[in-house]
Write a protein that binds this ligand. Sequence first.
Ligand code: CA
Length: 505
Amino acid sequence: MKLPAFLGTLLLPLLATAAVAADSSRPNILYIMSDDHASHAMSCYGSRINKTPNLDRIASAGMRLNNCFCVHSICTPSRACILTGQYSHINGVPVFNPIDPKRPTLAKYLQAAGYYTGMIGKWHLGTDPGGFDFWNILPGQGVYHDPVFLTPAGRTKHTGYVTDLIADFSIEFIRNRPKDKPFFLMCHHKAPHRSWEPDEKHAHMYDNADIPEPETFNDDYATRCSAATEATMRIDRDLTRRDVKYPLPPPDLKGPARQKWLNGVDTEVEITVNGQKKKLTGEALKKWKYQRYIKDYLRCIASVDDNVGRLLDFLDKEGLAENTIVIYTSDQGFYLGDHNWFDKRFMYEESLRMPFIIRWPGRIKPGATNDKMVLNVDFAPMLLDAAGQKTPADMQGRSFLPLLRGKTPADWRTSMYYRYYHYPMHHRVQPHYGVRTERYKLIYFNKLDAWELFDLQNDPRELKNIYADPACAGLVKQLKAELFRLKKELKDENRFENELPKDEM
Ligand code: CA
């Protein structure tokens, strides 16, 4: 029987809607991760120092997580946590060691579930990426200008700026994907990792600006144990000539002698202001070094932001925006002059916090925020859940899909376990582990047998260690109990010298 024309017209949109509904049970996933981008350098997180209009597009169309933390704040280990859904003591990547390619990962599970999987950009896990139908990665850290990329076919040197190239390759991956499968793409930017080298387009951004210094710029670490004093990542003392790009090396210096010169640190710098030569030392030099560092860091982020915009525009143009989950995050936070530091590693807030914004049209309410604790080990369970897959039994994270839908499970976590191992390289940050609750943070530096306790409600900048305050004795006891409960639950058993505090042995 032939249907009247008007009925066909009515049914077509209904059929199209049904097809979209079927597809949306297996959304595409575009997972964009940068390297060392702290959330306090994103305008959707209230940055005082820069604007990120394209990242803000993701946040305003979806959800911003306000308390997303890494369980280990350093590049390679955090990436392993994200891929395996496991803590470092379980996934075998506590430092910069390669990941075992036989280990199950998020990519392998999604590939087995029928996803077309891709990995583009910074991998930094030492062995060839497993579980990806396509990969095109930077060797190790990679370089900013004219970088080499590795594929299964070998090495290729490309002309251009690394952030632009990673976005180009990502667009190409999506364009060339098999159209009968949903895709999962990990688009991993190198930027804004040290050595903070911007492209031409952004090289003069902020030239005439004075970037505000953070509140804790002159932190003297007075109440903390010796770990903070020992760390070699200070703005005034540890930024090298290579970091501040000044002065330039003598042209006749070559090879190792040039590298040695670039790794030098100046305690006096001569600059020219309005045609006048001026010598900088002490406090003035520290302020100048901060400006040199933070401006290049922010210039690198401006390029990441532009290129995220290009990817979002491409999804719009291809009609893919509706059925694609888009995430932007970073492998950990970073010190932007906070506590007089650059780098990460410590369990203090600036490096513990990860930015995490996610949009999924029709599933996540635009402009939503969530304050619950989400961890990097939760990313894999959440993405598998979004793809209709159960959390594998050996993953330690938990899917936070209910939080994205505006529902908080009654038993959602209210505390998290953190652990850092790598010492003394590269910045002499003492190994430590600790617990963060919604209000407090207790840290144990195991080689020093030293404790720190912070009340994040009264002291959000963590300037006052109250561990030794007799009034806190009961609190300390409770937090220690919680720390060792988590340690047991997560199967972090004794494996290292001086791991347990003397009073717990
Ligand atoms: Ca990193």
